[in-house]
Design a binder for this molecule. Structure first.
Ligand code: AMP
Ligand code: ZN
Length: 112
């Protein structure tokens, strides 16, 4: 499958990893939009949020257990933002579901 994030999981493309276990991987975004910008992805290929279902949602729950651990490691004790862009109008560019952890600054209420 021609998926950038599957290639990162397979080790075919390098990534600057910050967390890894048997189900998920987290690494620095190559084009950071905040002082701290981490992507968290499942190791199984799920294209978009619309493809989450009863069979694969356990890994999504696991991602949300891992996010606070990553935030702590990144010293985001003042808070952070988690974003997942879904499909065309959501601005998704990589079609392997991922959650952006954005931190290190105070965000406003705008979502652009
Ligand atoms: P999205 O637009 O929500 O699909 O987010 C995709 C993100 O992947 C963007 O923020 C990109 O900067 C990031 N990205 C693309 N290629 C890489 C890469 N090789 N390593 C790390 N992050 C990447
Ligand atoms: Zn993939």
């Amino acid at each position: 499958m021609d998926c950038l994030f599957c290639k990162i999981i397979a080790g075919e493309i390098p990534a600057n990893k910050v967390y890894e276990d048997d189900k998920v991987l987290a690494f620095y975004d190559i084009n950071p939009q905040a002082p701290v910008h981490i992507l968290v992805i499942p190791k199984i290929h799920i294209s978009t949020l619309n493809d989450v279902n009863k069979e694969n949602s356990e890994v999504i729950a696991h991602i949300f257990e891992v996010i606070p651990q990553i935030a702590e490691k990144m010293n985001l004790e003042k808070g952070y933002r988690v974003v997942s862009n879904c499909s065309l109008y959501g601005g998704q560019t990589v079609f392997h579901i991922h959650f952006h952890i954005l931190g290190g600054k105070k965000f406003g209420v705008s979502f652009g």
